[in-house]
Design a protein around this ligand. Structure first.
Ligand code: MN
Ligand code: MN
Length: 357
């Protein structure tokens, strides 16, 4: 019989590589894993758990909160605050950093998370997820300020997500590859099922919200039109398009079978230079994708090199197959140099995604 490896055993083996490790980090991940299991249970019960529908509230981002957003945020905070491993937390649902209540000890790590990603998918029974990122607190166990969380993604110690789909999986990296664990609902433990996940070098799928086409930057329009031109176009092959409207589900698909995801900068709302949040969406996903051999970029710069300026900062995000990300960066470069004039001509602007021949 092949011996199954649980997530706890996997973490213990990781810990044994570092003789100076005291188990704090392993314990912290245990609480994150427990939070994800609790959310998975509620997502799985759906309407039976009273988890469907709107919470009739607006969060700090100006987005309508679903009941499950609120419940998941609560679960993440209540589960993670207890263990004594965290100095503080940042959540998509809270304007300011969350301070560890006085009755619990503080630790030296910072946790940022999106408790429930893709909440528009809840009521239609499509995949949702949770995303998390772990940083070292620059001031040890002192109560952290917002500035303490503003570290470039390259400094993350750990990043991961849980996906609540047909099966629940936990996928994470501690900087030594990406590993996926499937929840065995029978005995309630995550089992290593996807060791060393790698993004295939060749892509033939891309994902973008095409309803925003009129707001896209010219390099993105160029890229998508070339994909749509298919076999007879400059790419010389056909592409498929996907859109699940949950970052977790999009990244999961890319880790399993490759491709490219784009939520580019657009001109829809000049105050928002992108849709996705740097600290708890773009950074953790960028670390995972890079660890799996892919790339993540704004179109002009590597995501993990960005110096965050605000907790809930939004950034353009293009990630997946390395060669495709580099191609879009190249298109941005050519555009900035004025080398792609055909794509900014009025003629090009009149051609739409669905009207080309
Ligand atoms: Mn999200
Ligand atoms: Mn969310």
């Amino acid at each position: 019989m092949t011996r199954e490896k649980t997530i706890t055993e996997f973490m213990i083996e990781e810990q044994r590589r570092y003789p100076e490790a005291n188990g704090d980090f392993t314990a912290l991940l245990n609480y994150v894993r427990l939070a994800c299991k609790r959310i998975s249970f509620i997502v799985g019960r759906g309407a039976l758990a009273g988890a469907h529908g709107s919470a009739q509230a607006i969060n700090v981002q100006g987005e309508t909160q679903m009941k499950l957003d609120v419940m998941s945020n609560d679960i993440f905070l209540r589960t993670s605050e207890y263990g004594g491993h965290l100095a503080g937390m940042v959540s998509e649902e809270l304007e300011e950093p969350y301070q560890i209540p006085a009755e619990y000890p503080r630790g030296k790590y910072l946790l940022s998370f999106d408790p429930l990603d893709g909440s528009s998918n809840i009521d239609i029974n499509a995949p949702v997820g949770s995303i998390f990122s772990v940083l070292k607190s620059p001031n040890g166990t002192d109560a952290p300020t917002a500035a303490d969380f503003l570290q470039p993604g390259a400094q993350q110690l750990c990043a991961g997500y849980a996906i609540y789909g047909a099966t629940t999986m936990l996928v994470f990296t501690v900087g030594r590859g990406v590993h996926g664990f499937t929840l065995d609902r029978g005995f309630g433990e995550f089992i290593l099922t996807h060791p060393n996940m790698r993004i295939p070098a060749e892509a033939n799928e891309f994902a973008i919200n095409a309803s925003n086409e009129r707001f896209w930057e010219p390099p993105v329009k160029r890229y998508v039109m070339e994909c749509l031109a298919g076999h007879g176009g400059v790419r010389g092959k056909d592409f498929n398009m996907r859109w699940i409207a949950s970052l977790v589900a999009e990244v999961h698909r890319i880790l399993i079978r490759g491709g490219l995801f784009m939520y580019p900068r657009d001109t829809k709302d000049p105050a928002k230079p992108g849709r996705l949040r740097l600290l708890y969406e773009a950074n953790p996903m960028a670390m995972l994708v890079e660890q799996a051999g892919g790339a993540a970029s704004t179109g002009n710069a590597r995501i993990l090199d960005l110096q965050p300026t605000e907790l809930h900062q939004r950034v353009p995000l293009i990630l997946g197959c390395k060669a495709e990300v580099e191609r879009i960066e190249q298109y941005h470069h050519e555009h900035d140099q004025g080398l792609d004039r055909i794509y900014s001509s009025p003629l090009f602007k009149e051609r739409s995604l669905f009207l080309q021949n």
